[in-house]
Design a protein around this ligand. Sequence first.
Ligand code: B12
Ligand code: SF4
Length: 489
Amino acid sequence: MKVIFFNPTIKPFFKPMTGPLGLLSIASYLNSNGHDAQVFDRYYRKEKVSDYLDREKPDMIGVSVITNRFMIDALYISKLAKQRNITVIWGGPMATQIPEVILEDENVDYVSLGEGEITWLEIADAFDRNEPFSDICSLAYIENGQFVKTPERPFADLSQFPPLDWSLVDPTKYFQPYYGCNNMLYLYASKGCVGNCTFCYNAQFHHSKHRSRSYQQLADEISLLMDKYGMDGINFADDLMFCNSKQIEEFCNCLLDRDIHIVWGGNLRVGIVKDQAVFELMYKAGCRWLLIGVETGSKHIQSVISKRIPFELIERTFKMSSDAHIISIAPFMVGLPGETEDDLRDTVAVAKRLCSTICAFNYFTPIPGTVVYDKLVEEGKYTPPKDLKGYSKMFFAEHLIYNSSEVPNKDLKAIYRFFQFRALTFNDSFNVAGEKRMFKKIFVNAIKSITKHGFLNFIQSGFFGFLTLADTFLVFLHPKLRKKYGLYL
Ligand code: B12
Ligand code: SF4
């Protein structure tokens, strides 16, 4: 079977952020099983989708829908495929969360639920044998006007999948400057997370299970990307890179034993690393940054989100990371259900206490299928969009589209802006990694990007960068709120 996997684009993300890891994994697996799979990334492929479909004449297309904002382009691509009688299958986290809504659109034939590798192989084999898809697990479709969902497929053993075939795209298009590297690429080392946070897709999508890839195979992939393409840094896209320190030791020793010298970082949970020595080993093996979710400084909100971690342990973890010269980035959320002024004051205090940290604040947005979302809908406090068009217009996390807290929007915005301002100006994280200050770094990277992504991209990104910056400085318009929450440097 011949299939083209499309990675839709979202504006205003003008330059490629990451390679389409999920699609590369599915396509590599299909090709290693004798099918013909290609990946078309709308971020950087300039060719018209209609011309490409007419030339390649695929039997089917697969479209990745990670969040709602990818849907506008996903629908555009699907419509062009349907006009040519090509079967259209959507997949990815958001597609898995709202298949009923998606299948109301006549341009989508099937939704592949959960991880896509084995489902797609079965689809491709069934297609070649001219068999129906009804026996294939983890598929949703409409039959005789009724929504059908086939039984859920068990999780795959990740070591059965081949290494990602990066020749399906141009990996250099995704290189970007990051801490201590110029050609950083996103890769993945595992899937899922052991956590059960009530706002996160993980419990539904990965059933709170963590599965690692084979580190030897991953090391092969890393060596190839370094030698052939010049990759010099890796940001691991995993929800949780390691679920215990044994895995960390195994991974670090694998890199050290094979003399792979590269800087890297990824997501970690508080409590996984308890010894300074493990952070030191990570640094020795190239780890330079870690994203360690904190979300809130309030015990009350910790119980709302089911992420009960002692605050002393949080502070100790960030301190150990800083002592090992690893930058730690602490994501927080504001606007959570029932969040009060006191909760927010606690959050601000904890965020300000963390060592050498960039605190990245986001606005809480309910994700379909999560515990918090279901509760809000049940209590009539959140009305989901009516249809696909409604979903595709929603902004996630970076804009305050919904506030389920007890405080007004302007309070949440002031806190968000303050920490953005703090990250841009007065933090010493960059000294930890021997980096330039944030402003200088952004400026240098912007100039460098002209040669890589063109002048138009520079202007567009500059414009959105300016809007963000202008929004950040609005924090000075809230003197009363700064006093109320202690928003001082
Ligand atoms: C890289 C990334 C991005 C990239 C997009 C890259 C891309 N187009 O490929 C960028 C930076 C653009 C991005 C943006 C955002 N992201 Co994002 N992102 C990720 C991240 C870190 C990695 C994705 C990845 O490569 N995973 C590894 C691969 C192997 O897994 P996968 O992509 O899920 O693919 C598998 C399955 O999903 C399935 N599948 C996927 N696609 C398809 C397609 C078909 C046809 C089929 C059959 C199957 C299938 O099979 C694949 C192989 O098993 C994930 C977290 C994560 N660990 O997955 C978050 C994640 C997907 N993002 C998320 C969010 C919330 C966002 C933002 C809203 C964040 C923000 N604050 O702005 C924005 C969206 C922009 C917007 N305004 O809407 C959430 C999704 C929430 C949800 N729907 O449940 C995630 C899960 C993070 C999280 N833990 O909450 N993101
Ligand atoms: S720790 Fe992070 S990835 Fe894991 S369930 Fe919680 S929010 Fe999701």
